[in-house]
Write a protein that binds this ligand. Structure first.
Ligand SMILES: [Fe+2]
Ligand SMILES: [Fe+2]
Length: 315
């Protein structure tokens, strides 16, 4: 087959909802887009452990501590599935991680905001994991097989994350005046950054059209963002709290909530690396990588020894 025929056969497969698998022929740009997106996703899971890990030792009870610990461990697992999915596209784990450390690869900007109080654990679970679910449920149907399958399992765990976050806030919302204020303050600080998680507006999103055609994405940034606003605007009623947006209002005609404008200057500023914690997050990741060198060396020495032993046995 010539290139044109290969490309046509590839697109036909996608149009027929047949998954693309690691050994299948694929356009270089499809491979690159998936590597970029999956690695960015993997990095977000791993960097995302940092703001919450910060609260494990300060959780208010043993039960809360166990739940938060399990949640943060889930995120590590998500990162590992995704790094593995990335490797099936022909890039090494080391290269992927180097790109994070050098700043070449991005991760979700949301994790560059600090976690100031215990209520932030609730707001992150409810809003940040909630926004992640919106995106990831769509990705269970993405065209690249290993990515889609990883998402199925990840989504199950994410819905537990969202519920645990909501439950933290629900408890605070029924507490003392101080606890209520803490709850509202966390919602105020996390609301806008969580809307930013869906990325730039459709009119300014450069990769979107091709990703839709290849069914890497199936919904646009603005569509997903609208779904998220509609969901949260309903759920917040149970908390008796408010969202920090005076323009948030049900629009009967559209069947959706209207909402205010995101501060796009802040959005691009954090993307470019100037958010409140960008530097700190990358430094923490680099330190963890350096401190883990002995584990990688020991694992390699063990694998070599085992391989040698088998060789001698065979001989
Ligand atoms: Fe996750
Ligand atoms: Fe999560």
């Amino acid at each position: 087959m010539n290139l044109e025929q290969l490309e046509k056969a590839f697109q036909d497969k996608i149009d027929q909802e047949i998954k693309i698998e690691p050994k299948d022929w694929m356009p270089e740009a499809y491979r690159k887009t998936n590597i970029r997106q999956i690695s960015q996703h993997a990095h977000s899971e791993i960097v995302g452990m940092l703001p919450e890990g910060n609260w494990i030792s300060r959780a208010p009870s043993l039960k809360r501590k166990a739940i938060l610990l399990a949640k943060v461990q889930d995120e590590a697992g998500h990162g590992l599935y995704l790094y593995s999915a990335c490797e099936t596209l022909g890039i090494s784990r080391e290269e992927t991680i180097n790109d994070l450390h050098s700043g070449k690869a991005k991760y979700s900007s949301i994790f560059n905001y600090p976690t100031l109080t215990w209520a932030d654990m609730g707001a992150i679970g409810w809003l940040v994991d909630g926004a992640a679910i919106m995106n990831q449920v769509m990705l269970t149907r993405t065209s690249y097989g290993p990515y889609a399958r990883a998402m199925v399992r990840i989504c199950k765990e994410e819905s537990f994350h969202q519920r645990q976050g909501f439950e933290i806030l629900l408890t605070l919302s029924k507490g003392t005046a101080e606890q209520k204020a803490m709850c509202q303050d966390a919602i105020n600080r996390w609301w806008w950054p969580s809307l930013m998680m869906f990325g730039p507006k459709d009119t300014e999103s450069t990769n979107s059209d091709q990703s839709m055609k290849w069914k890497i994405k199936r919904k646009s940034n603005d569509e997903l963002r609208q779904n998220f606003v509609d969901m949260i605007a309903q759920q917040i009623k149970f908390l008796d709290m408010t969202l920090p947006d005076p323009n948030l209002k049900w629009n009967e005609e559209k069947g959706h909530y209207d909402f205010g404008e995101i501060n796009w200057e802040e959005f691009w500023n954090v993307v470019k690396g100037n958010g409140p914690c960008n530097k700190q997050r990358l430094e923490a990741r680099k330190k963890a990588w350096d401190e883990g060198a002995w584990v990688r060396e020991a694992a390699k020495a063990h694998a070599d020894k085992k391989a040698n032993l088998e060789k001698t046995k065979a001989a």
